[in-house]
Design a protein around this ligand. Structure first.
Ligand SMILES: C[S@@+](CC[C@H](N)C(=O)[O-])C[C@H]1O[C@@H](n2cnc3c(N)ncnc32)[C@H](O)[C@@H]1O
Length: 230
């Protein structure tokens, strides 16, 4: 019976149906792609505007690209216990990469100076703790939350706009708050690290330059020195 009905159908019907299905799927993909592009463009404009108003504190004309964000997140071990603090998350590009890396949103503490960015981050990451405040008061903030030891501190702060003593103080705070295997992760557009290796008692490693970024950047990873005999 069913064979008979099938024989009466046009030989092209199945083909046409498949083609229609495929083009609907393509249309959906295109719409999703266009939405992502539009979202990125909106973030670029938002960021550019904040940079024009507060160039020193925003420190970059555009948010980090996805490759740089992934290179930053790759330095965090999701298996380490504790929260992950992100300093200067901006529009949340690195935040998203951290979540994709396997760090639950609930484990994230985002410290952002800029009110507009903080409002946006609360909308985008409702399960993360977004604190509108100064990243340089890191130890006080984290201890008030009772959150140490941390798995990592990830920073997008424009550290080169700060004097060396403030960079050193921030790094010392971050390393003292982190688990022994944890890290302070920072990117910079410069050739040299924001805190040079000889400035203190820590281990320093840099990744190769991420070229696909405005501007090309390197990721610097600071850790406590290995314990004696380790
Ligand atoms: C170079 S942008 C990086 C933004 C984002 N992490 C990214 O990679 O696209 C620097 C960010 O740090 C924030 N910032 C600057 N100084 C800060 C401070 N003292 N405390 C907290 N956030 C700060 C700025 O508002 C801005 O969002």
């Amino acid at each position: 019976m069913s064979q008979h009905r099938g024989a009466n159908r046009s030989p092209f019907a199945a083909f046409r149906k498949r083609a229609e299905f495929a083009s609907a799927e393509n249309r959906q993909k295109l719409t999703r792609g266009a939405q992502i592009q539009l979202g990125a463009l909106r973030d670029d404009l938002r960021f550019g505007f904040q940079w024009a108003v507060k160039p020193r504190s925003v420190g970059a004309i555009a948010p980090s690209g996805r490759q740089l964000a992934r290179a930053m997140a790759a330095q965090v071990d999701p298996a380490l216990p504790g929260s992950v603090v992100e300093l200067g998350p901006g529009t949340g590009v690195i935040t998203r990469a951290l979540i994709e890396r396997g760090i639950a949103e609930e484990r994230l503490i985002l410290i952002e100076f800029n009110r507009d960015f903080a409002v946006l981050l609360r909308k985008r990451f409702p399960k993360a703790r977004v604190l509108e405040g100064d990243a340089f008061a890191l130890a006080r903030t984290v201890r008030a939350l009772g959150e140490a030891p941390l798995a990592a501190v990830v920073s997008g702060l424009p550290l080169f706009n700060q004097p060396m003593y403030r960079r050193l103080r921030l790094l010392a705070q971050a390393l003292s708050l982190c688990d022994r295997r944890g890290a302070f992760v920072q990117f910079s557009y410069h050739l040299l690290p924001p805190v040079p290796a000889e400035a203190g008692d820590f281990a320093l490693n840099g990744t190769p330059r991420v070229w696909w970024n405005l501007f090309p950047a390197r990721v610097w990873v600071y850790q406590r020195p290995p314990a004696d005999g380790a």
